[in-house]
Design a binder for this molecule. Sequence first.
Ligand code: AMP
Length: 470
Amino acid sequence: MKFDELGLAPEIMTAINDAGYTTPTPIQAEAIPHVIAGRDVLGIAQTGTGKTASFTLPMIHRLMKGRAKARMPRTLILEPTRELAAQVADNFDVYGKNTKLTKALLIGGVSFGDQEKAIMRGADVLIATPGRLLDHVERGGVLLRGVEVLVIDEADRMLDMGFIPDIERIVKLLPFTRQTLFFSATMPPEITRLTQQFLSAPARVEVAPPSSTNDNVSQRLISVPKTQKLKTLKKLFDEEDVTNGIIFCNRKRDIGDLLNALQKSGYPAVSLHGDMDQHMRLKMLDKFKGGEATYLIASDVAARGLDIPAVSHVFNYDVPTHAEDYVHRIGRTGRAGRKGAAITLFSKEDGKYIDAIEKLINRKIDVVKSNDTPDDVTTDKEEKAASKPHRKNDGDKKGNEKGERKGLAAFSKNKRDKKENSDAIPKALHANDKPVQKEPKTDNSTGNASDKTQVGFGENIPAFLKNAPE
Ligand code: AMP
């Protein structure tokens, strides 16, 4: 299928050509005609599939007739994080550049004043995170009864972050006759319930199974004792041809420690996590995208949706505790037909998480074994299975998650704002965390000193044997 078969206006076609797109991606080919026809759409697609354009392009097409009134946006796009919202706004600028359509971006960390002005002028498209939008609604700055099209993007992420009660509040303020476009990478039962609530006879468009990983991405597991993770990571940086790498950590405090350690060793690194203000987050992202920093140390807030085409490597410094996060993390590499590498450091106690990941992606990941892996490190699948969690811990976790969800429903205005600025790592996960084993202090200072304090691997980290038998 070609773009000109989709029936988009000439102004949009010119912008698409200028963006260098030749053919629509599968989700675009399937979804765009439904959106133009005014139908509700349920899109099951991950980022990297071109899903943003699948709703932005036909939305612009629809909006070209008519104009927005002050304080009454004509379309509303809800995004779970500030970065995603800002990215959608950028897309809108690119695809809508030949139109006179206006937009407003309502995200936390940016002054209310400028946002209110943009809404007062009349915005055809309002792109917002749920908390900040409700703040504006409560201040009387936005009226949602003129919304013709609603987009709920990354719905499963919204669920993870506890935003569903906010979204339900927002949807109650919209006209019943609106068109709704609903996107989610996965379809847990809670999300299915929401689709029944929000969508009316939707066209279902599914482009890839939610658990699939990209064949362009080589995946490896490296067994390493916790105390040796930093050293192993640096060794990998030196051995691999990393043009641009994202290093994922599970906990925010570890991001800071790792950033300091890498910077002190001369690695050009920046970090991205939810405690940074908006200005800082975008600044860090720009440094990474622009090549000033080769390494981006990130929490899962950066795992979804961010479009950074040149990422050659994803390193999981910690094994993600939610298997879906693994798929999303490694989805940052191997984009747009490029090759990518995903390398996950793991130790004995991560066995249960690796099992869950392998089950989700329905394949075994190669375990790369070092020559002198110490005895306390497991590379063997049976041993990993033996380290499965006790039932009791599972139960505790569920209990905590339940409690947390309940609490989220009652989130106050301030807390919502704070939450949008956080990584929403469920507390339940922290409850089972072991105390953090700090890297030897000297490792965090300058390069050579650390070599003297190591345990486990010994003086020299051995070359990793690629494709070692499982
Ligand atoms: P998304 O899944 O929306 O995050 O998009 C992923 C990337 O694909 C972005 O860099 C888009 O600019 C790019 N993209 C979207 N549609 C197309 C297309 N039809 N042809 C080429 N690239 C595209």
